[in-house]
Design a protein around this ligand. Sequence first.
Ligand SMILES: [Zn+2]
Length: 187
Amino acid sequence: MRWKKDNVYAFTVAHLIAGLAFFPWFFSWTGVVLCVAGMYIFGVLGINLCYHRLLTHRGFSCPLWCEHTLAILGVCSAQYSPPHWVALHRRHHQFADQEKDPHSPLAGFFWAHMGWLLVIEDMETKSLIEQYAKDIVRNPLYAWIERRKKLEPARVSLPYVRYQSIADTFRIVHVAWQITLQHAIFN
Ligand SMILES: [Zn+2]
């Protein structure tokens, strides 16, 4: 098992910073309001609506400018590029709850929640995208975002800077993963 060091560091730092929200001098009601707004804008519109329903399952269609705007909101949630997320999720549906499911609950609750993000995947990202998200990576904007994934720390920091809420990204990511997990366990 090989650790995905950048994710391990990012998660550790993000959780340590998020913990500051429990100290009164870091707390503000504006932060709480912006946190809820951020969950909706980045989590619901960016990930649930765009990455999941629109890009992965093509459950509906909309003008390209609208799709791109929603996809950029998804990128701000720091859950990989659109091609990478779509490829992982389509592989999940192909092998739902089986061994080859990237976040299979067979490997335990922690693995299905976040453990799978901490180790190098069994498939190399390029071939994963090639196999599952060819249609997505054909889009020049999504291909450009995927090529610049080394900018991940900048993407992670974006919601922090914009909304001054240290719990913001933390909560979006947890809610989204919780939904993914429920999806895996109860569907
Ligand atoms: Zn799905």
